[in-house]
Design a protein around this ligand. Structure first.
Ligand SMILES: [Ca+2]
Length: 93
C-alpha cells in the first residue's frame, strides 16, 4: 500500500471516530481489521499488542506522529521492523 494511501486512510478514520486529530483505540483496531489485515495476519501479534506498540505516549489513542511511525515501519515490511522503529523513536525523545 502506498504511504499516501495510509495517510488518507488515517484522515478517514480520524474523522469517523477520533477526536483532536487522534485515532481512538477502537478506531485503530477497526482500521487494522478493515484496511491492514495482512499487518496482523503475518505475525502472531494481536491488534491490542500492535496498538500498545504504537501508542508511544500511552494516552490511549494514536496521533498522527505515532501513525506516521507505524507507516514507516509498515513500509519496511514487518511488525518486527516496526518495533525497532518505535524503539528508536522513543530513545530520541
Ligand atoms: Ca498516543
Amino acid at each position: 500500500m502506498e504511504e499516501f494511501a495510509l495517510g488518507a486512510m488515517f484522515g478517514v478514520y480520524m474523522s469517523k471516530q477520533g477526536e483532536d486529530g487522534k485515532l481512538s483505540k477502537q478506531a485503530f483496531l477497526e482500521m487494522l481489521d478493515e484496511e491492514l489485515p495482512s499487518f496482523k495476519g503475518q505475525g502472531k501479534n494481536t491488534g491490542e499488542e500492535i496498538f500498545k506498540g504504537i501508542d508511544m505516549n500511552q494516552d490511549g489513542s494514536v496521533d498522527f506522529k505515532e501513525f506516521a511511525l507505524m507507516v514507516a515501519g509498515y513500509a519496511c515490511g514487518s511488525y518486527d521492523t516496526l518495533q525497532k522503529v518505535m524503539k528508536e523513536a522513543q530513545k530520541k525523545k
